[in-house]
Structures are given as structure tokens and as C-alpha cells.
Design a protein around this ligand. Structure first.
Ligand code: SF4
Ligand code: SF4
Length: 439
């Protein structure tokens, strides 16, 4: 794509980066066919190609964002299916991240939208605040129907609907410490404790620590870890996202300096995509660029790490039929495709893949709160495809997808690691039916 940026504009490294990305796009439109919002809404401006044109026009003309561009960029899930499809290697992720930061800087949203976003940014990345908010949400549940009738209050209704009926007790494993591996030492890793996941389902990390240590891997929870920054990053709050990134880089650099690390284990693929991008996000910060690049290189989804270990034979082969839902951040963001399925199959599960596996379930960070109608359409489509597999359970590697799919599916939805842990001698995950034999 031809671009017309002035040399003064290109002096801004963010603009220069976006210009390089724009020039790679050849307008072929292949990406439209796999874009969930184009497939759902049928509007070119809600396709990757349409959004790329809008972003180019805004940046080239040095214009503040307007209502039209905000509408279509807000509808983008950042699912990155377009990046998997694009034959020209267009880095849509970095382009849309830049556009979102530009929107945040130059566009004044309506008051209730601003308040909702500020509240999400204040609450979600902080486990204690999030836990308190979920307790409060119980009081708000009777008013969901009322809030749904007022367009500006729909995000509040969506939030209340997603809030779980009960909140698990916080796990002591989220506190800093070292979990020694059993037997011959196979490795030493840090684990991201994260934010929302540690409140909604602390058993995911507990199970990961239990399985890894049984396999001989020492697991460190370094002091100072926090939210990865993805939630605010996707809202265009660049400074907040970079502050989170720096905090985690410091925490993991400390762990690297005190004993070394083979990997930084992440159990929520949405966080993994962001942490693997820290090297890019902090490339302009001389104090952090090298450290951030090192952290990104060490970041591994737990299934990516396990697939590279010499896994023993499982203790039991459950034979349960599992529908594997590959989160967008897993398959498109990190290109982790085969490892979770192969691990499940090796552990004795019968793995089935739903149709349209490339399409997002509509979770996408805060998307199911801020764009609840499109999100619900994508969720229902996803659940229909999952249920058509005839599986007894759904496995996936991202807490956002677990919450989203479980809000509509009749099947239990569990993190992949819990099924692996069960096969390797751990307890049967809650809600998973007894073995049914191979289907
Ligand atoms: S990130 Fe997803 S929703 Fe956004 S343009 Fe790409 S395919 Fe479409
Ligand atoms: S597939 Fe790639 S090159 Fe083609 S229009 Fe989409 S982003 Fe541009």
C-alpha cells in the first residue's frame, strides 16, 4: 500500500513503525473471510482491510480520532485471525495497538463510556479490587434486566451477567515463594500469577504448580509480579500497560539473577501474547529494552513448555471426549496450535476440534463487557460448533474463553492443564463427568 507520511511524521518512531506495516498491505482482502466482525456484521469497515484504511487515513492526516474510526476500532476483537490469514505478513497487532493509543490520546468518549473504561482499568488488573467488585456484583444481579434496557448501561449488565455466583478462596500459591521440584531436577521456571484468573479460578495455577513440581520442575513465584498489562493495553492506555510490563520485567529479571530461569510459565494465553510482545513494547526504553526482550524470549505457555519436556506415560488414560477450543491468543497471537492437542491425546483424551475453530468466542479481554451484543453472537456461534462435536467437556487455555463459553454452554469448560494433571495422577477436575470410554 502506498503511503504519504511526511518526514516530520516519520520522525515519530510509532508512526514510522505503523508506516512500515501499512506498506506491507496489498489490499488483497484475504483477511476479511476470517475476521469475526466482518463475518458477523458484513461491513467492510468492520474488516481488517477496512480498519487498516481507516487507521492509515487518520495517521497520515495527523488527525484526532473521530466517532467513525472509534466505532470500528472498538468493534475489533484483537483476535489476530487476520494475521494468521494475511499472506503479506501485515502486523495488524502493532498497527491496531498504535491506533488504540492514538484514540485514547485524541478522542473524548461519552461520559458513561469513559467511566466504564476507567472503572475496568482501576479494578480488573488488581486481584483484591476485582475480588471486592465481584462480591458487590452479587448485589447488582437483580438489576441486570433494568440495566440492559439502557444502552449506556449495557456494559454494566454484561459485567453483572459474567460475575460468578461464588468466588473461590484466594490461593496461598499466588504469594511469592519457591515450590521445589520432586526427584531429578528437570528445570526451573517462574509462573505468572496474573490478575483476573487468580481470582476467578486460582486452581489453574495451583494445578500447574502441582503438575510441574511432580515432573521435577522447580516453580518460583517472584515478588513484585502483577497483571501483564494486556487489559489496559487493549484499551489504548499505553502508560499503564508499560508500567505493568516494567514491573514484571523487574520481577522476572530478579528471578533470573537469583538462580536463572528456563522459562516464564503463563497459564492464560491472553497474557502470553502480551508478555511475548514486551520486547517490542519497551524497545524505545533504553533502561528496559534488553531486559524486556530477554523476558519475552523466556515466556512460554504452559502447554508449550510441557510439550518440550520428556513427559512420562500418564497414570490413567481417561478416554473422555474433549472439544479443544484454541483461544485466539493461543493460535493467532502465539501460533501455538498442535502442542495442547498432542498433550491431551498423549494423556489419553479423545480430542475433537469444533468447526470454525479460527473464529473468536467473543471474550477478548473486556470485549464481552464493552461490545456485549457482538460478543454474544460470537459466543453462541462458538457454543453451537462446540456442542456439535459430541464431546463431554471443553478444554481451553485462557480464562477469558473459559468464562465466556461456560456462560452459554451445557458442557463443563476447563483449563487444559487440569485435564493433563488428572491424567498424570492429580484429582479429577470439578464438573468433569466420569470416564465414558473412547467416543
Ligand atoms: S483482530 Fe480479529 S476482529 Fe480485529 S480485524 Fe483482525 S480478524 Fe478482525
Ligand atoms: S490479507 Fe494482509 S495484505 Fe491482504 S488486505 Fe488483509 S492485511 Fe492487507
Amino acid at each position: 500500500m502506498q503511503t504519504n507520511f511526511s518526514s516530520a511524521q516519520l520522525a515519530d518512531p510509532h508512526v514510522a513503525e505503523s508506516e512500515k506495516i501499512l506498506r506491507k498491505c496489498v489490499h488483497c482482502g484475504f483477511c476479511t473471510a476470517t475476521c469475526p466482525t466482518y463475518v458477523t456484521l458484513g461491513n467492510e469497515l468492520d474488516s481488517p482491510r477496512g480498519r487498516i484504511y481507516l487507521i492509515k487515513d487518520m495517521l497520515e492526516n495527523g488527525r484526532p480520532a473521530d466517532k467513525e474510526i472509534v466505532t470500528h476500532i472498538d468493534r475489533c476483537l484483537s483476535c489476530l485471525a487476520c494475521m494468521t490469514t494475511c499472506p503479506s505478513g501485515v502486523n495488524y497487532m502493532h498497527l491496531v495497538d498504535h491506533a488504540r493509543a492514538h484514540i485514547q490520546e485524541t478522542y473524548k468518549r461519552p461520559l458513561l463510556d469513559r467511566l466504564t473504561r476507567a472503572m475496568l482499568a482501576f479494578v480488573l488488573p488488581y486481584p483484591q479490587r476485582f475480588r471486592a467488585a465481584l462480591k458487590l456484583a452479587k448485589l447488582g444481579k437483580p438489576f441486570i434486566g433494568l440495566f440492559e434496557k439502557v444502552p449506556a448501561l449495557k456494559p454494566l449488565a454484561a459485567m453483572l451477567k459474567l460475575a460468578p455466583a461464588s468466588i473461590p478462596v484466594a490461593s496461598p500459591n499466588a504469594l511469592p515463594g519457591v515450590h521445589a521440584g520432586q526427584g531429578a531436577k528437570k528445570g526451573r521456571v517462574a509462573i505468572l500469577t496474573g490478575c483476573a484468573q487468580s481470582v476467578l479460578d486460582p486452581a489453574i495455577n495451583d494445578t500447574t504448580i502441582s503438575l510441574l513440581t511432580r515432573l521435577g520442575v522447580e516453580v518460583v513465584v517472584p515478588p513484585g509480579e502483577g497483571c501483564c498489562g494486556a487489559l489496559v493495553h487493549h484499551m489504548g492506555r499505553e502508560e499503564a500497560a508499560l508500567a505493568s510490563a516494567r514491573q514484571n520485567v523487574d520481577a522476572w529479571t530478579g528471578a533470573i539473577d537469583q538462580g536463572g530461569l528456563d522459562a516464564i510459565i503463563i497459564t492464560a494465553s491472553g497474557c502470553g501474547t502480551t508478555i511475548k510482545d514486551y520486547g517490542f513494547m519497551l524497545r524505545l526504553d533504553p533502561a528496559y529494552a534488553d531486559k524486556a526482550a530477554r523476558v519475552s524470549a523466556l515466556a512460554k505457555d504452559v502447554t508449550e513448555y510441557l510439550a518440550a519436556l520428556d513427559m512420562p506415560e500418564p497414570v490413567r488414560k481417561p478416554g473422555t471426549v474433549v472439544a479443544y477450543h484454541s483461544a485466539c491468543s493461543m493460535q493467532h497471537g502465539q501460533k501455538i496450535i498442535r502442542q495442547p492437542k498432542e498433550l491431551l491425546a498423549k494423556a489419553g483424551f479423545v480430542v475433537r476440534e469444533p468447526r470454525e475453530g479460527h473464529l473468536c468466542c467473543g471474550s477478548a479481554g473486556t470485549y464481552n463487557i464493552l461490545q456485549s451484543e457482538i460478543s454474544a453472537r460470537l459466543r453462541d456461534r462458538k457454543v453451537k460448533n462446540i456442542e456439535a462435536t459430541g464431546a463431554s467437556i471443553v478444554a481451553t487455555g485462557n480464562i477469558g474463553c473459559i468464562t465466556q463459553i461456560a456462560s452459554a454452554a451445557k458442557l463443563p469448560v476447563v483449563h487444559t492443564i487440569k485435564l493433563l494433571d488428572w491424567a498424570y495422577g492429580g484429582p479429577k477436575p470439578d464438573g468433569v463427568p466420569e470416564e465414558r470410554g473412547r467416543g
